[in-house]
Design a protein around this ligand. Structure first.
Ligand SMILES: [Zn+2]
Length: 378
């Protein structure tokens, strides 16, 4: 939402949120109008614009490197990464699940600030060497500021409030100490809120003292961190719930089934008598599950052939994409429901030891979400 695709790097989709353009222009403007002319006076005017563009682009690349570091390490540790979104203040690697252990969480969170520090050192070295080689200040100045900004980025991200990296490190430590990921997340999210209020309070104080622009900037950062802490915790709670709950809690038990020998004509008249489902599991008399038949499949056969064609002729044969185990997590159910899609009339067979236990449709998922106790605290 509000973002568009930039491309794919190392197999990870990179998107840009519209708000990012605001920060880009702001950085460009600050660099070319304020920072560079002040720090390096006496250069031709157009130099400052070139430095501004180069500085803003390099800073953007640095943010991207920070998020890529998180994403690549997360993927190595078995956490699925959907992609990276860059927005105002930085970026976010979108993951669909949580780390499996505090150790994984520590490494995944820590590698971001670490890469920013390394970039800071790298740009610092460029600046240092450039100065000694007598390169133009237009070049060394950009290196100096981008290096500095990377260090600022690392420090900001290390503040101990979830979902900032520092908050994730704190969470991994509490998780390790208490063994409870949920409690650790809650404490780290409170850390995020406190941090946010500290920013806003400091900003208000600065504003009162007459430093209005700096003050408002701080208030804005605080507001952003507060929102991130809340939505980060909410997202955690949802993902956590989806991973903790097995499919059997959301499925409908004893679904209506049909036998493979039934003709399509018989199936249609059964449907008009007994209720209108869009799909039925196909089960033999002795309980073997053969597949799924959907109304769309029946309709794709000319009506004249209905008396002679059978359910067994047209059904989707049972394959791994059509079924889940009743012990599989709801996260897996949602993945498979999405992948199976309209072809399976939006339903999955819930199996256990080769026997049909139930069926899951998006309606079952919605009903379960309403009942789910672990989601009520959000
Ligand atoms: Zn980070």
């Amino acid at each position: 939402m509000g973002s568009f695709r930039l491309g794919t790097i190392l197999g990870i989709e990179v998107r840009i949120h519209i708000s990012w353009f605001v920060i880009f222009l702001l950085i460009l403007w600050t660099f070319s109008q304020g920072v560079f002319p002040e720090a390096y006076p006496g250069l031709p005017g157009w130099n400052y614009y070139a430095m501004g563009v180069a500085g803003a682009l390099l800073f953007f690349a640095s943010l991207l490197a920070h998020e890529l570091a998180h994403s690549v390490v997360a993927r190595r540790r078995g956490v699925a990464v959907e992609g990276i979104t860059l927005f105002i203040f930085g970026g976010m690697a979108r993951t669909r699940m949580e780390s499996r252990s505090p150790g994984d969480e520590f490494v995944i969170a820590g590698v971001g600030p670490l890469s920013s520090v390394l970039l800071g050192v790298l740009f610092g070295a460029l600046w240092w060497t450039g100065e000694r080689l007598g390169l133009s200040r237009a070049v060394t100045g950009v290196a100096e500021y981008v290096g500095f900004l990377n260090v600022v980025l690392a420090v900001f991200n290390l503040l101990p409030g979830y979902p900032l990296d520092g908050g994730r490190l704190l969470r991994s430590a509490i998780w390790k100490a208490t063994g409870s990921m949920e409690r650790a997340t809650r404490v780290a999210a409170v850390g995020g809120e406190l941090l946010a209020w500290a920013f806003m309070g400091w900003g208000a104080w600065q504003t009162v003292r007459g430093q209005v622009l700096d003050g408002l900037w701080m208030v804005f950062i605080g507001w952003f961190v507060r929102n991130a802490a809340r939505s980060g915790y909410r997202q955690f709670a949802v993902v956590h719930a989806l991973e903790a709950v097995p499919a059997r809690e959301a499925m409908s038990r004893w679904p209506e089934t049909v036998s493979p020998g039934l003709t399509l004509r018989e199936l249609e008249s059964e449907r008009s008598r007994r209720g209108h489902f869009d799909g039925y599991p196909v089960v033999t008399g002795d309980g073997r599950v053969l597949g799924l038949v959907t109304v769309a499949q029946v309709r794709s056969v000319p009506e004249a052939e209905w008396p002679v064609r059978t359910v067994g002729d047209v059904m989707l044969p049972l394959d791994p994409g059509l079924q889940v185990d009743s012990g599989d997590s709801m996260a897996r159910v949602l993945d498979k429901l999405g992948a199976a899609g309209a072809a399976a009339a939006g339903r999955l067979l819930v199996m256990r030891d080769g026997k049909l236990e139930g069926i899951i449709t998006p309606l079952d998922v919605a009903g379960w979400l309403k009942r789910a106790p672990s989601l009520k605290r959000i």
